[in-house]
Design a protein around this ligand. Structure first.
Ligand code: GCU
Length: 707
């Protein structure tokens, strides 16, 4: 049965329904209670294994809780523990659960020739730290599970000083032993943690053993199901950090949010005077303590007295040059307290939203960006070093970008500090990715803790302009309450940055399907063509999360996934359409589509894109060809010109990245191929498409250089 005949009846129905397709106003979340994070860890059913002679998991409790995060550790006296670590792959997880292994691997026992102990690190199996194990050893490429790491080092604990063991990050769950004692436990693959080891180190030979389990869990953030490689291991720097007995633990030094300023307070003045607002937290002090802030270049020297908890909050006016992509001005900042001195390089800028605009230092801006995963451009595997960061920044500059979405989890500190120096604005994100247990208080507690760790690390980075709460989460009441709780938590910790989230709306898809269907029918039958002149669809983002965030992120794959989905749907309806017919029409027509939001807020297209295998060339409709990918970008950028609230772009994705989800072993071969660069950093045609586009946007034109 031909299209037109098939369509005639439903077509009229469609016509009727099309007219009345009012976009429902978004459901407001005002008054909706935040979810609870009262997490009760269920006891391990001890009897579960008691009859298994080989496997007796014991719930070992670390001797102490994690210590609050130290700020800017690289400005302190440190001993790097990076390099080769001995390793044991523990597939069954018996390393701390087998009665045959005495107190378990963490105790790091050595044994004599007449003693039977069935674990040892002397087997010369080593893994590089920082680094994931998957890209270091072929045999571990697909490995997800437990690996034990051991590092032995000589050390002379400095007299009168305190020492902390600091991890930039390790994926996912870690138990940290120092000289045989379990001192710390941390979960979360992308945020730093530290534990004080002053009383656990000895003069001479010391050993740190870390049990790393790369498997997260259904109740965790993220879960196991992600479109990226679950790289396991101690993926970031490890160091011993020395401090005086009393020292500056952390601080926040930023400009007061402009909406806090009273009309006559200084920042409004033209003299470049700004209002600095912040706090400093000491540790190890006795009672009230004075602490001095010195910003020599700005002629600032202020002394504050802390309260008994060692905390001082302050606000004062200062003449400062503001940080921006064109002038990423950083000031050397020194904290002095007792015997302690800690320095940092900090930029000062305002970032806020006003209606549909994003304002940087009061000026409207457009975010010319790209999204990226934390994979190195210099070798396979996780990026972890300053060199990795510089390589990524170079590519962003080549792209004429001023913005990067660090997806979908906190990237390492080198990357954020490189962005600070280079003037690249950053979207930072917590891996609340797709479907997680939104109604589980423990899941919320984990997300909140990880966000606290991220903010404690990056709160002074001018480059970080947006805190993203998550990506593509299915709408539900539990999800909404989860995000309300997260937003409250993040705003309590930092009210100087707007919040965002990458939304995924299906709302517009039906309209697009109806539109393409009518056009196809019109092509098929003149009668239908005559009767119908479908209006190009408007896609309205009305996810209730738009009520919670300040900037709307929106992921859409018109020109890639949608054409395939529509074709399947039409075929299910008995229409004999081919995918290339739908794809061709979609590509031609999408420049007439308009994406709008139901909220008077800025819109950032946080993802769009298409896959291509670098070096594969073909016709304009040839999937996986560089030509097809470039064509999708051309049409996308034309379409996005129609969006009145559009204030930024971060197409998916800078580089092809490892993704076990991608099973087309012909073209994908376990890589997500939507990169502007191949997995080894070769530019695809689309790289120039976007860099030329961003170059054009840089040319001084309208007030807000919209696409
Ligand atoms: C999603 C998701 C990404 C994923 C991308 C893709 O939108 O956020 O993590 O990799 O689409 O399908 O390539």
């Amino acid at each position: 049965m031909s299209i037109s005949r098939l369509l005639l009846l439903p077509l009229f129905a469609l016509l009727l329904s099309a007219c009345s397709q009012e976009v429902p106003p978004p459901q407001s979340l005002a008054g909706v209670a935040a979810a609870s994070d009262l997490c009760v860890i269920p006891e391990l059913a001890l009897d579960e294994h008691n009859d298994n002679p080989l496997f007796q998991p014991q719930t070992q409790t670390p001797l102490k809780a994690l210590d609050p995060l130290l700020a800017n550790v690289r400005a302190r006296q440190t001993l790097s523990l990076n390099g080769d670590w001995n390793s044991i792959v523990d597939q069954l997880g018996v390393g701390d659960a087998s009665p045959l292994l005495r107190g378990g691997i963490g105790e790091n026992e050595s044994y004599g020739p007449h003693e039977l102990l069935e674990y040892s690190f002397k087997g010369q199996h080593t893994l590089q730290v920082p680094g994931d194990w998957n890209s270091q050893q072929e045999s571990l490429f697909w490995y997800r599970g437990i690996v034990w790491y051991q590092k032995e080092f000589n050390y002379q604990p400095p007299a009168g000083k305190r020492v902390f063991l600091y991890f930039g990050g390790a994926n996912f769950a870690k138990d940290v032993y120092v000289n045989g004692q379990l001192l710390a436990r941390h979960k979360g693959g992308f945020t730093p943690f530290n534990t004080e080891v002053t009383d656990y180190l000895k003069a001479g030979k010391n050993a740190v053993v870390v049990k790393v389990d790369s498997m997260s869990g259904a109740d965790e953030v993220p879960t196991e199901y992600n479109d990226w490689m679950n790289y396991g291991g101690i993926t970031r720097d490890v160091m011993l950090v020395e401090t005086p007995a009393a020292f500056v633990r952390n601080y926040k030094l930023q400009l007061a949010a402009r909406n806090e300023l009273t009309p006559n307070s200084s920042s409004q003045s033209s003299k470049g005077e700004q209002r600095i607002k912040g706090w400093v937290q000491l540790d190890g002090h006795k009672g009230e303590q004075s602490v001095t802030l010195n910003i020599a270049e700005a002629g600032i020297r202020k002394t504050f007295t802390t309260d008994a908890s060692g905390r001082a909050e302050f606000e004062f006016d200062a003449k400062l040059g503001l940080w921006s992509p064109d002038d990423p001005k950083l000031y050397r900042v020194d904290w002095l307290s007792g015997d302690d001195q800690l320095s940092d390089d900090i930029g000062f800028r305002h970032i806020e939203t006003q209606g549909e605009d994003i304002l940087l230092n009061g000026e409207k801006i457009f975010l010319r960006g790209v999204a990226m995963h934390e994979e190195s451009l210099l070798r396979h595997g996780r990026a972890a070093t300053a060199a990795d960061a510089d390589a990524a920044i170079k590519k962003l500059k080549d792209l004429n970008a001023n913005f990067v979405r660090l997806a979908h989890y906190p990237h390492n500190e080198h990357m954020v500090r490189a962005a600070d120096r280079a003037g690249i604005m950053v979207w930072a994100e917590m891996p609340v990715y797709h479907n997680i247990q939104f109604s589980n208080p423990c899941t919320l507690a984990s997300a909140k803790r990880q966000y606290s760790e991220l903010i404690a690390r990056d709160q002074n980075r001018a480059a970080v302009i947006l805190w993203s709460l998550g990506n593509e989460t299915p709408e539900s009441e539990a999800r909404n309450r989860f995000f309300i709780a997260m937003a409250e938590h993040v705003r309590t910790l930092d009210d100087t940055r707007p919040l965002t989230a990458a939304l995924l709306g299906f709302g517009g898809m039906e309209d697009i399907g109806r539109y393409i269907g009518l056009l196809l029918a019109g092509e098929e039958s003149a009668l239908v063509g005559m009767l119908t002149s479908p209006e190009a669809p408007t896609i309205t983002i009305n996810d209730p999360l738009g009520d919670v965030v300040d900037v709307l992120g929106y992921n859409e794959y018109f020109g890639w996934y949608l054409s395939g989905i529509l074709t399947q749907e039409m075929r299910k309806q008995g229409l004999d359409v081919s995918e290339d017919q739908v794809r061709e029409l979609m590509l031609q027509e999408m420049e007439k589509f308009t994406i709008v939001t139901a909220f008077n807020k800025p819109l950032v297209i946080s993802e769009f894109g298409a896959g291509a295998k670098q070096g594969k060339h073909g016709g304009p409709l040839e999937i996986w060809s560089e030509e097809y990918q470039a064509r999708v970008y051309q049409q996308q950028l034309k379409m996005l010109r129609n969006s009145p609230a559009l204030r930024g772009l971060s197409p998916w994705v800078l580089k092809d990245f490892r993704a076990p989800y991608r099973l087309n072993t012909d073209t994908q071969d376990y890589w997500n191929r939507k990169g502007l660069l191949s997995e080894t950093g070769e530019e695809k045609m689309v790289f120039k498409e976007l860099s030329d586009y961003y170059k054009a946007l840089q040319q001084p034109r309208l007030e807000v250089a919209q696409p």
